[in-house]
Design a protein around this ligand. Structure first.
Ligand SMILES: [Zn+2]
Length: 454
């Protein structure tokens, strides 16, 4: 996952993350509150978690999560040591699938996009909830992914983001089956591909395209205890290529347009675009290159533009303005020299939808109430994660942690401290159980939605 923007209140964590994150230095990383935590949750939510925490079979289940902690570390190490660069997650997907099957999801499979997916059926007529973690890491093939133990921590690229999430899903599956817990709704176990940058969320996009009847999603990521991600900043990124005939700066002057001048006109127009501050919407020309020599009218120029917003409408509006600015700039450069030999092409190089799950929605209140049951203070935060996809579709979605202290995401120095990490696995499991309901204990909180149209 990629954390967004930089504001209070856990600035110290932001600084620590930024310092650890050498490879991800281009991305500001922080853990900031994007909305106040609801002071109160609706009575139905409160009741469900009161019932769950009071039920002997749930207490026994939570003991089992703790007892499974050591064993789950073996899954964590095994999966971490199977490299999973973007678009090359297959081996790890197969290993995760084998574990899903071994732990009781006989019908689990790898789908057409490469996601490992298996459904643990509920008792019927309940909601369908995805619980997911991503298979891919940011690290290229050949990276040393051997897990090393040092200073009471496990060190390896990808171990916290997001292999810990995968291991927690497997542990949940095991304890639910061992303890014969019957949920009312269906739990869809997912180890998905394509979460990290170049993957553009292709795994979760595919799942939501294929499964129109999903009622919600709870993703696991290295979120600190109590963190509930409710905001998914969307982004569109473009590369623009300006092409002209080029020529001698003196000899061809007056006859040919300049790719660099044309791009300069475009940048000036983009720089003047206005965007709303709420929902926060931004743009930047991030990189430029081009030209042949100081005394050549440039035949080529390139720039990359990043557009982001916390909501889709202003994102698309800003994108439209950027595209129009570029076209207009090319037209002006051609007109300046009375030619039509300058052209521009663009390529969408980043495509992440965005959205927000309202702070007062049932799924958020559920996570907040479960945190309270485990004496945790909730912080509602934002980041760019798999949850961007359901959020953009209006399907309730949150990202929460699986326990453990983590750091160094996207850097070779990535680590996880699993001291008492089972507590995080417990509280997140309770969050999930409240949403789907448990036979004989609590009603599902998550509402069934009409299937989305194709
Ligand atoms: Zn992640």
């Amino acid at each position: 996952m990629t954390f967004e923007s930089n504001r209070h209140p856990l600035a110290a964590i932001a600084v620590a993350l930024a310092a650890l994150c050498a490879a991800g230095a281009a991305q500001a990383q922080s853990f900031n509150a994007v909305a106040p935590t609801p002071a109160q949750v609706r009575p139905a939510v409160d009741q469900a978690y009161t019932q769950l925490m009071a039920a002997p079979q749930i207490q026994k289940l939570l003991e089992a999560v703790k007892a499974d902690h050591e064993r789950s570390i073996e899954d964590l190490k095994m999966l971490t040591e199977i490299e999973a660069p973007p678009f090359k997650e297959q081996k790890r997907a197969e290993a995760f699938l084998a574990r899903l099957k071994a732990l009781g999801l006989a019908d689990a499979k790898i789908d057409a996009e490469g996601n490992a997916i298996g459904i643990r059926k509920g008792s019927g007529n309940g909601p369908k909830l995805i619980i997911s973690a991503h298979l891919d890491t940011v690290f290229p093939a050949g990276t040393d992914v051997k897990v090393k133990e040092r200073d009471g921590k496990l060190h390896a690229p990808g171990i916290s983001d997001d292999t810990r999430g995968l291991a927690v899903l497997l542990s949940w599956l095991k304890v639910l089956n061992d303890n014969k817990i019957r949920t009312v709704g269906d739990l869809v176990f997912v180890g998905n591909v394509g979460e990290e940058e170049l993957g553009n969320l292709r795994g979760i996009k595919h799942i939501f395209a294929e499964h129109r009847d999903i009622d919600g999603m709870v993703g696991l990521e290295p979120v600190p205890d109590g963190g509930v991600l409710i905001l998914g900043t969307g982004s569109h990124r473009y590369e623009f290529n300006f092409k002209g005939p080029g020529g001698h700066s003196f000899g061809a002057f007056g006859e040919v347009p300049s790719a660099i001048h044309g791009m300069g006109r475009a940048i000036a127009k983009i720089a003047d675009i206005h965007t709303p501050s709420d929902p926060k919407t931004t743009f930047t020309v991030g990189t430029v290159s081009g030209g042949t020599s100081v005394n050549t009218i440039a035949p080529d120029a390139r720039m990359a533009v990043d557009i982001r917003s916390n909501q889709m409408a202003p994102l698309l509006e800003t994108e439209k303005k950027v595209l129009a600015a570029v076209d207009q700039a090319v037209a002006e450069e051609n007109k300046r020299w009375n030619v039509n030999t300058l052209s521009v092409s663009n390529k969408l190089i980043g495509d992440r939808p965005g959205g927000m799950t309202p702070a007062d929605s049932v799924i958020v209140e559920a996570a907040v109430r479960a945190n309270t049951a485990f004496d945790r203070k909730s912080v509602l935060t934002g980041a760019s994660t798999d949850a961007n996809v359901p959020m953009s579709l209006g399907v309730p979605a949150i990202i929460i942690g699986g326990g453990g202290k983590t750091g160094g995401f996207h850097a070779l120095s990535e680590w996880i401290d699993l001291t008492d990490a089972w507590k995080g696995a417990q509280s997140s499991l309770v969050t999930v159980l409240g949403l789907v309901g448990v036979e004989g204990v609590s009603q599902p909180l998550l509402e069934k939605r009409p299937p989305r149209a194709r």
